[in-house]
Design a protein around this ligand. Structure first.
Ligand code: PEP
Ligand code: MN
Length: 344
C-alpha cells in the first residue's frame, strides 16, 4: 500500500501516519518524490483498511499496490531514482560508464588499466577481487589482496570502485572498498546477501540472474529496498536461452520494461551479454538506444592474457572508439555523456 501525503504536510501529520502503520504491525518507508511525499507500506498490508488512513490529516490518496514488488515499483515512486555518487548522477540525463577488467590479476595490471581509463574520463572502475566462477578450477580472484589493490587505486587515481561481493563473509571487506557493491548474476537470489547489502549505505549494482525473469530481478531488488537501502542500480547482463552462438542472449526488452515498472536505474552489461569482444560495441549502442542509464564494459590491456573473460574484453583504445560513438548517439535519446576525452 502507498500513502500519498499532501504537499507541505506538517511533520507531525507524517509521523502520525507512520505511527499508525507501525501499530498495525507494518513497516513505513518514506519515499520523497519530486513534488510529493509517499509513504510506502510493507508487511501484512492485506489487513489494512484504506479508510483508516484516507481520513487522517494531510493524506491525499491511498493506493493499493498489487504487484509482488512494492518499493521498487513506479506506482510507489513515479519519478526516476537518481543516485548521486560524488556529484556523478546515475539514472538522470547523464549516462554512466563503468569499465575495467573482469578480475584483478596484479597491482600492476589494475593500475595500468585504471590509468588508461582515468585518462579517458571514466569515473567508475570495475574489477573483481572475489570471482564466483562456474568451475572451481578457474581463477577465483586475488580476494583480500585484490581489495587492497582496489583501495590503492581508489586513493591513487581517485576513481570510484565497483566490485563484487561473493558472499556475506566477504561483504564487510568489500563494503569498505566499494562505492558500488556488485551482486553477480549467480547471487541474484541469495536472499541473505541481499538483506545484508540492504542494511548498508553503499550503492548496490544488482545483476539479473541468468535464468531470472524481469519480475524475479525486481523482487530481488525489493529485498534490498525493504531493508532500507534505496540506492540500487539494476543490470541486464544476458540470460540463458537455446542460442549457443553467443555466450548469453542480451535481453534488451528488459530495459523499457524495467523503465515502465520501476523507478530504479537500469544499466546494461553487453560484455557478458554477448560474450564476444567485437560484438560488444553494437550491443552497447543498442542498449543506449533503448533507454539504458549506462553501461558496464569489461576492458583489458592484454585481453589474450586475461585470467578471466579476455575473449569479451575491449582494449582501452576500442573502448575510446565506442565512447566516441555513444557521444554522438546520446543526444538522439535525450541523454548526454560528460567529461570524456575525445578521440585523437
Ligand atoms: C562479472 O561482472 O565479471 C560477472 C561475473 O558477471 P555476472 O555475474 O553477470 O556473470
Ligand atoms: Mn567477467
Amino acid at each position: 500500500m502507498l500513502i500519498i501525503m499532501k504537499l507541505d504536510s506538517p511533520r507531525k501529520n507524517i509521523e502520525n501516519v507512520k505511527e499508525k502503520i507501525v501499530e498495525k504491525n507494518c513497516v513505513p518507508h518514506e519515499i520523497p518524490g519530486a513534488s510529493k511525499l509517499g509513504i510506502g507500506i510493507t508487511g501484512p498490508t492485506n489487513l489494512l483498511i484504506e479508510e483508516e488512513f484516507s481520513s487522517m490529516d494531510s493524506v491525499e490518496e491511498v493506493i493499493r499496490v498489487t504487484k509482488p514488488y512494492k518499493l521498487v515499483s513506479r506506482e510507489m515512486k513515479p519519478d526516476n531514482t537518481v543516485i548521486n555518487l560524488n556529484e556523478i548522477k546515475i539514472g538522470g540525463e547523464e549516462l554512466a560508464i563503468i569499465a575495467g577488467p573482469c578480475s584483478i590479476e596484479s597491482k600492476q595490471q589494475l593500475f595500468d588499466i585504471a590509468g588508461e581509463l582515468k585518462e579517458m574520463g571514466i569515473k567508475f572502475l570495475r574489477a573483481g577481487a572475489y570471482k564466483p566462477r562456474s568451475s572451481p578450477y578457474s581463477f577465483q580472484g586475488l580476494k583480500e589482496k585484490g581489495v587492497e589493490y582496489l583501495l590503492d587505486v581508489k586513493k591513487g587515481l581517485e576513481m570510484m570502485i565497483v566490485t563484487e561481493a561473493k558472499d556475506t563473509k566477504s561483504l564487510p571487506l568489500i563494503a569498505e572498498a566499494a562505492d558500488i557493491i556488485q551482486i553477480g548474476a549467480r547471487n541474484m537470489q541469495n536472499f541473505s546477501l541481499l538483506e545484508e547489502v540492504g542494511q548498508l549505505s553503499n550503492t548496490v549494482l544488482l545483476k539479473r540472474g541468468m535464468a531470472a525473469t524481469i519480475e524475479d530481478l525486481l523482487m530481488s531488488a525489493e529485498y534490498i529496498l525493504s531493508q532500507g537501502n534505496f540506492n540500487v542500480i539494476l543490470c541486464e547482463r544476458g540470460i540463458r536461452t537455446f542460442e549457443t552462438m553467443t555466450r548469453n542472449t542480451l535481453d534488451l526488452n528488459a530495459v523499457p520494461m524495467i523503465k515502465k515498472n520501476s523507478h530504479l536505474p537500469i544499466i546494461v552489461d553487453p560484455s557478458h551479454g554477448i560474450g564476444i569482444w567485437d560484438k560488444v560495441p553494437p550491443m552497447a549502442m543498442a542498449a543506449i538506444a533503448c533507454g539504458a542509464d549506462g553501461l558496464m564494459i569489461e576492458v583489458h590491456n592484454h585481453p589474450d592474457k586475461a585470467l578471466s573473460d579476455g575473449f569479451q574484453s575491449l582494449t582501452p583504445k576500442n573502448l575510446k572508439k565506442l565512447i566516441d560513438k555513444i557521444e554522438q548517439l546520446a543526444p538522439i535519446v535525450d541523454r548526454k555523456i560528460n567529461n570524456y576525452a575525445t578521440i585523437n
